[in-house]
Design a protein around this ligand. Structure first.
Ligand code: AMP
Length: 621
């Protein structure tokens, strides 16, 4: 079977328990990367998948590996290496979701900044799949708490990100320690030479999976995108529906469930809407399309599959409510408008983490997509008032109002109330409790600002742009609340600021926004970190490796030796204790509730900064 013929999940040899879940969560058909990858991985082949976030790559490896799982084997048989803790958690959650009908299945995310004991307990109990960041996975392997002797499959997710964050030596180390006959799936959005080298060295006759792209969009289609932020997508959509002049519209979502949910929501808001998805019988689908043609409905909510080949000339607008998996799907989708030389409008909702896909679409279609502001509150309100007035005019012109004329006249006389007040009361009755006018105002941004500001959190972790611009002088003092640390890795080890930020953020769980200036010298670097960094995190940091080197972090100007001797002096101890109690415990000098609130606020701040919920000891410097 060629991948072109794979249009449904049940054409793939996945276990029924998985097919049932996919149906339940509303996945209708495999995305292109899934259609190509799943059969290969089911067959035990190694693959190189060139795919980025949003293409459905997680399911592309999770589903076949789950299908091939041996539930009886209690030590890890699948290991996924991911560049960040967020991705590790996300991937582990995806495995859990897809395996929800596989009884006794266990997946464990392992990442830095999290207590070891919980992870070790879970590993001892037995897990089938481990998803982790390279540093923490290595630590567990060294400790002997993670044994990969029976590993069957290894996934390198976002390999180019791991390279960029300086983890590639760690990845290679892990690869070396795993059985030589394990299956490998390597996913990477780009293919730098180092990733190619790893692929050549460790993968066994891999199949390369790249998705073909159709790239032509009609010039008559005006393409815009709305950067999802501040306002909920549904509210944004209703603003667009109120302000855009459209004849008929098709709105694309990813799942069957979403077609139904969104239809219900728009119908509740008074739009004549219908859903089409792969579950809907052919004759029902045809009736719906006929209704769209006959103007009985104006809005169609569809999945990609259901809208294939749809040709209704009155479709003036295509809204990509959920971003498509690939550029080809985008081109197909927007091709539902602007047919036969007519004008059309395409609007794409893009969340910050989907920026990569927006860029890919622009590159593939060789057309820039302009940013759009949501229609302003004033415009929406003006429209609402105009429409309301028009409804009155139309009713006066077209309806027989004799009965109501008499009724209102009666009321006027009985209650001695002017007709204007009666009309207002009726308008309120008509409107119900929903406010007539909109209140909140959507934020406005230029494309450049959005691209700069809303960088996906994962990219923010890199922080290289900010830090490379920092002054390189060692003498400038750290900012208030920050402390300068020395780490034993420098230019000689080919380290980049992004690698340092990545490792510290990821492996020690310090949020990247709290990582300050970085100064790289030949064989060491200086980095500014929060002065109140907890002792455990400091200990974790000493073990973190960057560019293959242990950081061996120390406070600048203090060697381990004099740090220890300082700690022994009672004068310092009591001082530390005092400041420690002021910083992290309720202060005796404050009223209790105030102190508690303050310490709660600090606690939240610390959770944000150090990325977990563990109570921490303060670092004694
Ligand atoms: P990923 O590229 O793995 O980050 O996936 C992007 C999103 O697409 C996730 O929210 C998935 O739940 C969703 N997704 C993946 N495969 C499918 C599918 N075949 N149908 C609908 N949604 C999917």
């Amino acid at each position: 079977m060629t991948t072109e013929t794979v249009t449904a999940f049940n054409q793939l040899a996945l276990k029924n328990t998985l097919l049932n879940v996919l149906d339940e969560i509303g996945y209708e058909s495999p995305s292109p990367i899934q259609a190509e990858t799943i059969p290969l991985l089911l067959d035990g082949r190694d693959i190189i998948g060139q795919a980025q976030t949003g293409t459905g790559k997680t399911a592309a490896f999770a589903l076949p590996l789950l299908s091939n799982l041996d539930l009886k084997q209690k030590d890890p048989q699948v290991l996924v290496l991911a560049p960040t803790r967020e991705l590790a958690i996300q991937v582990a959650e995806a495995f859990q979701k897809y395996a929800s009908q596989i009884k006794g299945f266990h997946v464990l995310p392992v990442y830095g900044g999290q207590d070891y004991s919980g992870q070790i307990r879970a590993l001892k109990r037995g897990v089938h799949v481990v998803v982790g960041t390279p540093g923490r996975v290595m630590d567990h392997m060294r400790k002997g708490t993670l044994k990969l002797d029976n590993l069957k499959a290894l996934v390198l997710d976002e390999a180019d990100e791991m390279l960029r964050m300086g983890f590639i030596d760690d990845v290679e180390w892990v690869l070396e320690q795993t059985p030589s006959d394990r299956q490998i799936a390597l996913f990477s959005a780009t293919m730098p030479s180092q990733i190619r080298r790893i692929a050549t060295k460790y993968l066994n006759n891999p199949e390369q999976v790249t998705i073909k792209v159709k790239t032509t969009t009609a010039d008559t289609i005006r393409q815009r995108f709305w950067p999802v932020s501040g306002v909920h997508k549904l509210d944004a959509l209703t603003r667009i529906l109120e302000a855009e002049e459209f004849d008929a519209m098709i709105i694309f979502v990813r799942t069957k469930t979403a077609t139904v949910e969104l239809t219900e929501k728009l119908e509740a808001r008074g739009y004549s809407t219908a859903a089409i998805n792969g579950d809907i019988q052919q004759n029902q689908r045809e009736r719906t399309i006929q209704n769209l043609k006959n103007k009985k409905i104006d809005i169609l909510i569809a999945t990609d599959v259901a809208a294939r080949g749809l040709d209704v000339p009155r479709i003036s607008h295509v809204v990509n409510y959920d971003i498509p998996y690939d550029t080809e799907a985008y081109v197909h989708r927007i091709g539902r408008t602007g047919r036969a030389g007519k004008k059309g409008d395409a609007i794409l909702f893009v969340a910050p983490r989907e920026k990569g896909m927006l860029k890919a679409i622009e590159r593939a279609t060789k057309k820039p997509i302009e940013i759009m502001d949501l229609p302003s509150t004033e415009l929406i309100n003006d429209n609402r008032v105009a429409r309301f007035k028009q409804r009155i005019t139309d009713t006066l012109a077209n309806e027989n109002l004799e009965f109501f004329d008499n009724l209102i006249e009666q009321y006027e006389q009985e209650h001695n109330v002017p007709a204007k007040e009666i009309a207002s009361a009726l308008a309120k009755l008509l409107q119900g409790d929903t406010p007539f006018l909109l209140q909140n105002k959507p934020a406005r941004k230029s494309k450049e600002n959005w691209e700069r500001d809303d960088r996906p959190s994962r990219n923010k972790r890199d922080g290289s742009r900010r830090r490379e611009r920092s002054p390189r002088s060692e003498s400038a003092k750290p900012e208030e609340g920050m402390q300068r640390f020395r780490i034993e890795v420098g230019h000689n080890h080919k380290v980049k600021p992004g690698n340092i930020v990545g490792a510290i953020a990821n492996e020690a769980g310090i949020d990247s926004q709290y990582i300050g200036r970085i100064n790289i010298s030949d064989d060491y670097s200086l980095v500014d970190l929060p002065a109140d960094i907890p002792q455990e995190i400091f200990n974790d940091l000493k073990k973190v490796r960057v560019a293959g080197q242990p950081l061996k972090i120390s406070v600048l100007g203090k060697t381990e030796q004099n740090k220890k001797s300082r700690d022994k002096k009672p004068r310092h101890k009591s001082k530390d204790k005092k400041s420690g109690s002021k910083k992290y415990k309720d202060s005796d000098t404050q009223p209790k509730s105030k102190a508690r609130n303050k310490s709660k606020a600090k606690d939240n701040n610390r959770k944000k900064k150090f990325g977990d919920d563990q109570p921490r000891k303060k670092l004694t410097l």
